[in-house]
Ligand binder design. Structure first.
Ligand SMILES: *[C@@H]1O[C@H](CO)[C@@H](O)[C@H](O)[C@H]1NC(C)=O
Ligand SMILES: *[C@@H]1O[C@H](CO)[C@@H](O)[C@H](O)[C@H]1NC(C)=O
Ligand SMILES: *[C@@H]1O[C@H](CO)[C@@H](O)[C@H](O)[C@H]1NC(C)=O
Ligand SMILES: *[C@@H]1O[C@H](CO)[C@@H](O)[C@H](O)[C@H]1NC(C)=O
Length: 232
């Protein structure tokens, strides 16, 4: 009876280990959004598709009014110098390099000069877009009696990869993964219910057993006593 209890407990805690992260994720998801959070950009672009070059620079003090301009620079793979490719100022975007003509769209803060998100979007990514991008924020904080200049620079190195074409095998293996995950969860739940029942039953049985054992020992010792008395 004892070993069975141990293995049941092991299975139940394995179930908890699987469920706990899922639960934590579910709790975390609806948080955030409101405040400015500096999220790192993606770094892998797919050739022929669009790509968002993320660049967020939060104001140290959100309540202070400010205005900012954003500039983007690009150093393609193999080159040594950054080239100015994009400027965003007074809600007006300007593409400064013909390699990016008609291919850059503003994806940052909208309808404000108080920019905190300076992201841009590259349309139709080509392999020539591989390289390092530099995003530069120039910000003026307006205090009652003076202005304060700050700036921030971020570098993003992107890698352009071929279009991810998914074969039948890949789709099939993903389906199999879900099937096996669900199967495993169901099995664990069934096992858990079975284990709790078994433990409950074992508990009662153990009570009865120990009572019987007690009686047996009691009568055995009586027999022994009788034996000893006879030997004397
Ligand atoms: C970024 O710009 C592209 C192209 O204009 C657009 O399709 C996409 O929805 C924009 N994304 C965001 C988050 O603004
Ligand atoms: C992207 O490239 C395709 C094919 O080269 C072209 O048809 C399409 O117009 C391009 N889109 C943009 C926004 O340049
Ligand atoms: C990429 O760069 C090479 C060399 O500068 C040029 O010949 C080619 O046309 C470029 N490709 C695209 C899609 O711009
Ligand atoms: C950016 O800020 C640093 C220090 O705050 C300053 O030394 C530098 O000159 C500034 N750069 C520009 C281009 O304003």
């Amino acid at each position: 009876m004892r070993p069975l209890r141990g293995s049941c407990r092991g299975r139940v805690s394995a179930l908890r280990l699987l469920l706990l992260p899922a639960l934590l994720c579910a709790l975390h998801a609806p948080l955030a959004r409101a405040a400015c959070v500096e999220v790192d950009s993606d770094t892998e672009a797919v050739a022929g598709e669009g790509f968002k070059l993320g660049c967020i620079s939060c104001k140290m003090r959100g309540e202070v009014p400010a205005s900012a301009t954003v500039d983007w620079y690009f150093r393609s793979k193999g080159e040594s110098e950054f080239v100015h490719i994009y400027n965003y100022e007074d809600e007006t975007p300007t593409i400064m390099d013909d390699r990016f003509d008609d291919r850059l769209d503003w994806n940052g803060s909208k309808k404000t000069t108080d920019l905190q998100d300076g992201s841009i979007y590259i349309l139709n990514v080509t392999y020539n877009d591989t390289g390092t991008y530099r995003c530069f924020f120039n910000r003026i904080l307006t205090f009652p009696y003076y202005e304060f200049h700050t700036n921030a620079t971020k570098h993003i190195t992107i890698n352009v990869v071929a279009k991810a074409t998914r074969g039948m095998a890949s789709i099939l293996s993903e389906v199999m993964m879900y099937v096996s995950i669900i199967g495993l969860q169901v099995w664990l739940v069934v096992e858990m219910v079975y284990c709790y029942r078994k433990i409950a039953a074992a508990g009662e049985e153990a009570l009865r057993e120990s009572a019987a054992e007690y009686l047996a020992i009691a009568s055995e010792s009586k027999d022994n006593c009788a034996g000893v008395q006879v030997a004397e």
